[in-house]
Design a binder for this molecule. Sequence first.
Ligand code: PEP
Ligand code: MG
Length: 585
Amino acid sequence: MDFTRLRGVGVSPGIALGRAALVGRVLFSSRKEYVPPHRVEDELQRLKTAVAKTRAELAELKDTIRNKVGEEHAFIFDAHLLILDDATLLSSFEKTIREENVRAETALSEAYEHYRKIFDGLGDEYFKQRKSDVADVLTKVYRNLAPAAEESADDVRDKILVAHDLLPSEAALRLSQGNVLAVALDMGGSTSHTAILARSLGIPTVVGLRDIAATIKNGDLLIVDGTDGEVIINPPLTVQKEFQGKKAKYDAYGRELKKVAALRSQTLDGVRFSPMANIELPEEVAHALSYGAEGIGLFRSEFIYLQRSTLPSEEDHYEIYARLAREAQPRPVYIRTIDIGGEKNLPQLSIQKEPNPALGLRAIRFSLQNPGLFRTQIRAILRASTLKNVRILIPMITEVEEIGEVKAVFRDVQGELAAKNIPFDPDIPLGIMIEVPAAAALADVLIKDVDYFSIGTNDLIQYYLAVDRSNEFVSYLYKPLHPAVLRLLKFVVEAASRAGKDVTVCGEMAADPLAAMVLFGLGVRTFSMNPIFIPRVKNALRSVSSRTVRRALAKALTLRTAQEVEEQLIEALLVEHPGAFLMGY
Ligand code: PEP
Ligand code: MG
């Protein structure tokens, strides 16, 4: 039968059947994409074709504008054509492709970065403006490199978005347009923020398909199976029927899980807990509540920047935070100040490339070095706090001094608002993420300076075990149940409890039923996770008694390996409560 099956990695579950919309890349990527030496000539040819096509487009645009609006407005395209004809520029692309064995896209991205730096360094406003001309021309060539650029779809609603790659910023723009049926990408990994976003929006997604963007045409019929990591191109009727059956079963399972949302969050012996949602976009609140979220435990505010190409104003921030507070009330909303760096590079913020972004100018470090941006964000959060359900959360705190600096800004902005009679919640809680091992070790000291902790296990485990959270080569070492991790978590949770303050866990660990039991046994009562995982975790915690969990954990804390911990916990819990993991573990 004449149809193609492609295998990839399913990063957001669910099944969709629909027409493909092929999307060209919108932004430049800092990711280097290599090609084997025998493909270098092909890349040079792709570049030549794209440049020729761009030249023809520019000439046509110039004619159209001259005829419709007048000669004086057509000059801009002369400037663009001159840039495109610059021999040094073109030979620099060719040199990069040849010498570094990279795709034409990588050569263009590097050139873009190079010119951005040069223009940003110039004091003269006129020259700074010229940056956008160069960027414009490079973007046009870049788009024309896409295999089916002439068909690149603008509207992905009710379609399956197919692309070579989708940066978090592009994903934020595209996926929030509404009703994208599914996503299929050549590149990507499961912990990327594009994957996190797709999961949050409940969009079935398969990544790592290698060459789907070059294989399909706009309008092809596709099945995307985000649960099993498969994409089928132009399936015959029999296969479509088979998947419709699978989809019906999957959807029924989803509905069954969702029934748990309406049940009380308490263990068999009546101990209460609160599942909350991690979200990236304000549009997700209703979706999160439908899964039983009892609050927004983490709003990753950096996505405000990723969704737009210009800097957000205080009003832009305010509207988003006020909407979150309004839609979630009376439930709490934890707004985390921006955590940029690493793969979350923001085009509008000229961030320097760093050799070790995970250990670099990230999160609160970046905010404290950019006080203007930080104050704007804090002002907007404070203004949105009048319903008294907003909390501020500071990411990547490493030492006491940083809290002091944050508080100074905080007090100053509060003073400013008070002086202008602008209302805000004077009791707004200020908390910190515990995601750097040093902060965890200093938990008993840091808790005195803040109102609560939120443990970011994604980063805490990465830094504590020295295992890159998105590197598949070392993922076998990334173990939330590592005895060393358990000791550290115990110390942090006890420090907060002794001080009578709240502690939340908002890393992926909270989304795993067994790990959630461990956290519960340690004393954690608030678990924030991707909303789709709430029913599973809630169901597991509802099926056990707190006494059994505490006893099983006490034994687990004496063990030497993650595997021993896991086996002992499962055994001890299942003996008492055979149904504990019925909904999956
Ligand atoms: C974490 O590190 O656990 C966390 C929740 O933050 P992020 O995943 O955004 O780094
Ligand atoms: Mg983190």
